[in-house]
Design a protein around this ligand. Structure first.
Ligand code: PXP
Length: 238
């Protein structure tokens, strides 16, 4: 049975829209754990557009599950990761102009650089995952580089429908089998929501699903009425 990693970047997005102190992702990580999250995922981006350094260090101290740090393979992030010591790291490609992580990491083109980078982290006892598109070549190179895990990019699956979605699902299933045969642990994520998650969750040996946007969107949908009611009551009661 796959476990659930909850990505709380969007909580920090709301805070950063006002550059204030609420909502605090640290508090929401606690609530996500109460709801059954098996791990908490945060992406510390180079431009610090949502999660801040303070968040990751506080989360390291406060969460009771596992901390999955998503980051780009840069010298700055390597330094932070070695100080933070998250339970594992997911290496992602990062572009300043993108709204969210767009494609998987190209582990083939960056082979030697990533090999050294991953070695540096595993020497510090941090397990490392590669966020990659579901292609055999990327999986084989991930193994050679020395990643412990891969996270298969489900963004395309999430965008497609009908037979095209079915075909992409088959690609993800075959990629999972290939990676398992090579001894890699397989996670998946991006674009998963309440309608499309079940088929991915039921793939044999799927280890963990990382989900953010749809969970935070659902939290707003099921929580807004209550929060308006509380405000209305404060205004109207005397
Ligand atoms: N996995 C990775 C590597 C990501 O970059 C993201 C988005 O931050 C997710 C999973 C979660 O995607 P979503 O927010 O669409 O659920």
């Amino acid at each position: 049975m796959a476990t659930l990693g909850v990505n709380i970047d969007h909580i920090a997005n709301v805070r950063q829209a006002r550059k204030t102190v609420e909502p605090d992702p640290v508090q929401f990580a606690f609530l996500a754990e109460l709801g059954g999250a098996d791990s908490i995922t945060v992406h510390l981006r180079e431009d610090r557009r949502h999660i801040q350094d303070r968040d990751v260090f506080l989360l390291r101290e406060t969460i009771k599950t596992k901390l999955n740090l998503e980051m780009a393979a840069t010298p700055e992030m390597l330094k932070i990761a070695k100080k933070l010591l998250p339970d594992y790291i997911t290496l992602v490609p990062e572009k300043r102009e993108e709204v969210t992580t767009e494609g998987g990491l190209d582990v083939k083109s960056n082979f030697q650089y990533l090999k050294n980078f991953v070695e540096n982290l595993t020497d510090s006892n941090i397990e490392v995952s590669a966020f990659i598109d579901p292609f055999d070549e990327q999986i084989n190179y991930s193994k050679e580089i020395g990643f412990n895990f891969i996270e298969l990019h489900t963004g395309k699956y999430a965008e497609l429908s009908g037979y095209a979605q079915y075909e992409e699902l088959q690609r993800i299933i075959e990629s999972t089998h290939l990676a398992n045969d090579l001894g890699l642990v397989v996670n998946a994520g991006h674009g998963l929501n309440y309608n499309n998650v079940k088929k991915i969750a039921s793939i044999n040996n799927m280890n963990e699903l990382n989900i953010g946007h749809s969970i935070v969107a659902r939290a707003l949908a099921i929580g807004l009425e209550k929060s308006v009611r509380e405000m209305k009551s404060l205004i109207t009661s005397n």
